[in-house]
Design a protein around this ligand. Structure first.
Ligand code: NAD
Length: 499
């Protein structure tokens, strides 16, 4: 099977399932058309995994587990480092693939997504032989040591908003810790994960260690969640599906990691450096067309500076270059699918119905250049904190704003959603910043910046944003089972029962 996606050196994008070290068709031969959201053109017909394909991927992962889990951690790490190098060596091609499949502007795919993907694999490559167990200071005469063993076969489910980057966030720690994997990319954006699988084969990962099965959530996804031989499912996606995953994983008491939705509060205090706050807040919401769980989608502005801030914010937002994501100057591309574009536009209608004031955008852009694409203009809406558009995740270039009188009110508004993932605040007052950082319920908080991520820094949320953390030592812990081993090292210590 071949795709129509143009590749450097006439190579073809892999578009089959990757199982047991080989690219194969789905057992029932089904495929799904994967399209470019800029113009709707067909990129590839990709094999679509059903439950039976997941089952064979799990069998391959099980067969690979004894070998991989006993591979010296340094050797596992070396392969991850080689993969990072291979990603960098193919960075332009991967960025192009990601841009065409997702609509991310090429400057972002090339400047952020692909470098971050390589950096994550490199970080966990380095981590593999440095993640140590411990010795617990118990009573004299006993040695109690703790080793961290791999969980086994891990199922990983990835959304469509940052597909290449999330593939590395999932695979990096799981593989470094010695697990084998069945990874399901979104059916909308499977191409970069399949290409990563190909690069893994090239650098020498043994067959079966990683299996990639693009498929629908209701079929392949559900099967991963239900599969009795999968020990953990790590899910990134919507809160609604996250709840199903948690319930389904009860079938065999799987471990579950949930990275779910968000509604990031972004507070601008009256002592903030307004120009920096404007620039950072634009990035917070409009980067990746707002399709980010950590997007700063709620602007909470102190009354005294609200007008001045919004004037600058709107003036700047009007200059955002919307267009073909392959154009190096483009700052905002299309949303990733027509269905999602319609969902975001429906929220513009909700804003109007709720009496919100749309001060910018609120519609698809006019003109031939946008006619066949999934474009939405940068949209700014004045809304009450309790309005649906200020409570529900829109997941698009859509920001609501409201004002506050004092610090206590700012925190109350920030905390008044079901989510708790990422948030930001802008102030020059250190004490104010620390007080707010302690009071805001979120897994990540950025002060005078927004959306900073690093492979070493724990990433995840609370409440409806899920639980568990990716990245850093936290991720390694969450992909391992601690085992406590007790040894009686003093023959004189009597057993509890004796005669
Ligand atoms: P989604 O929940 O619809 O799908 C996510 C993945 O789950 C896809 O691969 C999908 O095929 C699969 N899936 C769907 N139904 C399933 C089921 N019943 N069982 C198992 N798998 C199933 O989400 P989406 O629309 O692809 O992604 C957007 C959502 O992801 C947003 O809510 C966003 O906030 C969230 N997200 C969260 C994070 C985070 O780290 N917290 C990061 C990115 C995106």
């Amino acid at each position: 099977m071949t795709s129509v996606l143009a590749r450097p050196a006439n190579r073809r994008a892999p578009n089959q399932l990757y199982i047991d070290g080989a690219f194969v068709d789905a057992l029932d031969g089904r495929t799904i058309d994967v399209r470019d959201p800029h113009d709707g053109s067909l990129l590839a017909a990709v094999a679509l995994a059903g439950a039976a394909d997941v089952d064979r991927a799990v069998r391959a992962a099980q067969a690979a587990l004894p070998g991989w889990s006993r591979t010296p951690p340094g050797e596992r790490g070396r392969l991850l480092l080689k993969l990072a190098d291979a990603i960098e060596a193919n960075a332009d091609e991967l960025a192009m693939l990601e841009t065409r499949n997702t609509g991310h502007p090429i400057r972002d795919s090339r400047g952020l997504d692909v470098p971050r993907t390589a950096a994550t694999f490199r970080y966990f490559g380095g981590m593999a032989d440095k993640f140590e167990g411990s010795v617990i200071p118990v009573e004299p005469g006993f040695l109690d040591y703790v080793v961290h063993e791999p969980i086994g076969v891990v199922g990983q489910i990835v959304p469509w908003n940052f597909p290449i980057m999330f593939t590395s966030w999932k695979l990096g720690p799981a593989l470094a810790a010695g697990n084998t994997v069945v990874l399901k990319p979104s059916e909308i954006t499977p191409l970069s994960a399949l290409r990563i699988a190909e690069l893994m084969a090239d650098v020498g990962f043994p067959k079966g260690v990683v299996n990639v099965v693009p498929g629908y959530g209701s079929e392949a996804g559900e099967r991963i969640v239900q599969h009795p031989d999968i020990g953990k499912v790590s899910f990134t996606g919507s809160t609604a599906v996250g709840k199903r995953v948690l319930a389904g994983a009860a079938s065999n008491l799987k471990r579950v990691g949930l990275e779910l939705g968000g509604k990031g509060a972004n507070i601008v205090y009256d002592d903030a450096d307004l120009d920096r706050a404007v620039g950072g807040s634009l990035f917070a919401i409009f980067h990746n067309q707002g399709q980010a769980c950590i997007a700063g989608s709620r602007l909470i502005l102190q009354e005294r500076i609200a007008d001045a801030f919004m004037e600058k914010f709107i003036a700047f937002a009007k200059t955002i270059r919307l267009g073909d994501p392959l154009d190096a100057h483009t700052e905002m591309g299309p949303l990733t699918s027509p269905l999602h574009r319609d969902r975001v536009l429906a929220y513009c209608a909700v804003a109007r119905e709720e009496g919100g004031e749309i001060v910018l955008g609120g519609k698809a852009p006019a003109g031939d250049a946008f006619a066949n694409g999934c474009y939405v203009e940068p949209t700014v809406v004045r809304a009450r904190p309790t309005d649906r558009v200020a409570q529900e995740e829109v997941f698009g270039p859509f920001v609501s704003f409201t004002t506050f009188a004092d610090d206590a009110q700012a925190i109350a508004i920030a905390n008044a959603t079901q989510y708790g993932l990422g948030g930001g605040l802008w102030t020059r007052d250190l004490s104010r910043a620390h007080k707010a950082a302690a009071a805001i319920r979120s897994g990540m908080l950025w002060i005078n910046c927004y959306k900073r991520v690093h492979p070493g820094s724990p990433f995840g949320g609370m409440g409806a944003s899920g639980h568990g953390r990716e990245m850093g030592f936290e991720a390694m812990r969450q992909y391992t089972e601690p085992k406590a081993v007790w040894i009686n090292v003093d023959a004189d210590i009597p057993p509890f029962y004796k005669r």
